[in-house]
Design a protein around this ligand. Structure first.
Ligand code: ING
Length: 355
């Protein structure tokens, strides 16, 4: 019996500073209604979907930024979205700014802020929560920048890992779902941790500037040439899907927000890394695809059969190190018999023996 689910990326156009959360929710409900007409069973909304991308704005006191956040979920502003989703029996992925009062690693309960997403099924149950791990940008106001990117100021690093859950979604009795948020898509480790839990559908939202203004490039090109912006985003998502034999729905918030341009190009990608659908506007736009979950079997039973082919004993650096280290410098061996290039390297066998 084919396991097929129809998914949708509900791309949002720009949200200005003056726009209210109610305005954003109304636009999202209109996209849900369009999704219902097209038989969509799971809709993915962008990162921080309720407001303008507020990390581009500096607040000296964090409390002055609290209005960007949700203290409960559903919150008063998002309840209408949950109600519409229940009415239509449509699941959704929502990105939002979360304030939680919970213990930190020292056991102290305190007010904590995260860049968060949730997966809600067609009955309105929150089946999974994720908090963004890879926070780009900076924590203090950077006078060199024309556009700030203060995610490290407003959010803590996510403390939920990269979880996967198998839960009912649409007509499926069970779908293995996992999430990431925006910058996470650029890190292969995020995809592989989900892949090692059998993920079949990765849902992610993003708010990605078309150019990053920084001191080095006041000309506006940023640290990535404009023609590569979208290419790198798609490359990351297509590679993640191919290398972990999973589907992904990646949804943008797009357009010009108070003069700052975010690119759109939302996509749905299959386990072969092929783009199944792509948004072509920078406005509210729904793209959809019928995903046959049987497609995940090809990759994970051959090239990416992890149990068969992965060699974790050779991967220690991935979790032992944070930054890169300088490699050893080769010198011509004085004794020709030592010409074996690996003689100066730490062999995995030695590492295993030492452990
Ligand atoms: N935004 C961007 C992203 O990772 C960025 C930051 C832009 C990184 C361009 C690299 C290149 O898509 C968020 N919100 O993570």
């Amino acid at each position: 019996m084919a396991r097929i689910i129809t998914v949708g990326a509900a791309q949002l156009g720009p949200l200005q500073l003056k726009d209210t959360k109610a305005n954003a929710i109304a636009r999202m409900i209109r996209l849900l209604e369009r999704a219902r007409v097209r038989g969509v069973e799971l809709v993915v909304f962008p990162e921080l979907a309720l407001t303008t991308f507020f990390p581009r704005h500096f607040h000296e006191n964090l409390e002055d930024a609290d209005h960007w956040f949700e203290q409960t979920m559903p919150s008063p502003d998002t309840e209408p979205l949950f109600a519409a989703a229940r009415k239509y029996g449509i699941g959704f992925h929502l990105g939002y700014a979360e304030i939680a009062h919970e213990a930190d690693e020292t056991g102290v309960v305190r007010k904590r802020r995260f860049n968060t997403s949730i997966l809600v099924n067609g009955t309105g149950d929150i089946v999974l929560k994720y908090r963004k791990v890879h926070l780009p940008g900076h924590a203090e106001y950077d006078h060199r920048r024309c556009i700030q990117h203060l995610e490290k100021r407003y959010f803590e690093v996510g403390n939920l890992g990269f979880p996967v859950i198998r839960a009912p979604m649409g007509g499926l009795s069970g779908l293995n779902m996992g999430m990431m948020i925006c910058n996470d898509r650029r890190w292969p480790e995020a995809w592989r941790v989900l892949g090692l839990q059998g993920v079949e559908m990765v849902t992610l939202g993003y708010n990605t500037p078309s150019t990053n203004q920084s001191a080095a490039t006041q000309t506006g090109g940023g640290f990535e040439a404009p023609h590569l912006r979208v290419a790198h985003s798609h490359l990351s998502i297509q590679a993640g899907c191919y290398q972990n034999a999973t589907f992904a729905v990646a949804t943008a918030k797009a357009g010009v927000e108070d003069g700052c341009e975010l690119f759109g190009h939302s996509i749905i990608v299959n386990p072969q890394g092929e783009i199944m659908a792509q948004a072509t506007s920078w406005d509210d736009e729904l793209i959809t695809a019928d995903c046959n979950l049987e497609q995940v079997q090809l990759g994970r039973s051959t090239i990416f059969n992890f149990a068969e082919h992965r060699r974790p004993e050779a991967y220690a650096r991935i979790t032992d190190q944070t930054g890169a280290v300088e490699p050893p410098v080769w010198v011509r061996p004085s004794n020709p018999s030592e010409s074996d290039a690996s003689s100066s390297l730490t062999r995995v066998d030695d590492r295993k023996a030492a452990s």
